[in-house]
Design a protein around this ligand. Sequence first.
Ligand code: 4HQ
Length: 262
Amino acid sequence: MKFVALTIFPELLQAFWDNGIMRRATADGIISPEAVNIRDFAEGRHKVTDDRPYGGGCGMVMKPEPLAAAMKVAKASAPEAPTILLSPQGERFSQTAAEKLAGHKELILICGRYEGIDERFTERFVDLEISVGDFVLTGGELPAMVVMDAVTRLLPGALGNEDSAGQDSFENHRLDCGHYTRPPVYEGEAVPEVLLTGHHEAIARWRRTDALMRTLVRRPDLLRQKPLDKEDTALLKEWRREIERLLRSQPDGGPGPSSGGG
Ligand code: 4HQ
């Protein structure tokens, strides 16, 4: 996967590419990252990339010409790439979006600064606008890193054998289960017993239950996105039986269905 990022802060992206999984994926030829410095394409002695907004108001707007010249270089380097602008006006980024982008062989990411970029550049050169969330950042570099990170870990060979991408949170519309490592007792809190038994089937069942219950409590919206499979339905019915048993054992028999148990 070739990543070409247009930015006025190439060092920000380089620091990201120079570390961890991104560094290894680059060394292994799985990704090929490249920054194009928009300032290199700005005119004049001061290499100005921004200007005041027409219509007045505060803040500055990125000029279209340096961006267009930088884009020409980016397109020469990645001719088949969709061009992606990181912006709060974009479509919300998700695991599904990451999976789609991972199917391309090249991506061009445009990182704006200031109040944003001239709309005429966007109309002419941008295929897709992506937002990483409903909050305002000072630039598109962090969102571009978010996108590249989520995409890279989906590429074959990018993760070590120990953490395969398929098992993680969201890939199955679930939050992840809890994770534990040594020591077995930390500040008086023990690791869930089953994880120490070496009983792989029981461990898998515990993890699946933990993931399901965490999702039910914290993000019930995720469970509604996709029908439950047989195993999860069975787990939830087991929990329902257990909850009903607990309620029935209360001194007053517990609130009945008609007395507003919600
Ligand atoms: N930006 N998701 C770049 C964002 C943002 C987001 C604000 C993008 C500033 C110039 N980008 N402009 N949220 O907050 O993608």
